[in-house]
Design a protein around this ligand. Structure first.
Ligand SMILES: [Zn+2]
Length: 76
């Protein structure tokens, strides 16, 4: 069974294709997954594990910016 996530629920989009994930329920197993099967992007757990999904799908841009500013500080 595939469940759509409410639009106002805060969660990251798929880091590969930018699509909003959906939730799949198979008996006791919950999967937060990208609707695009080609991404193979999913988090399986006994709950709908958005914490892990969000961590894995956070855009890396913020980390890059942080590294850059660190370098600037070191050279200055
Ligand atoms: Zn995707």
């Amino acid at each position: 069974m595939i469940l759509q996530i409410q639009p106002n629920f805060p969660c990251e989009n798929c880091i590969k294709c930018g699509k909003r994930p959906h939730v799949e329920q198979h008996k006791e197993k919950w999967t937060v997954a990208c609707p695009d099967k080609n991404c193979k992007n999913q988090v399986k757990s006994t709950i709908a594990d958005f914490t892990t999904w969000n961590r894995l799908n956070k855009k890396a841009t913020t980390i890059t910016v942080d590294k850059k500013s660190e370098k600037l500080k070191q050279t200055a």
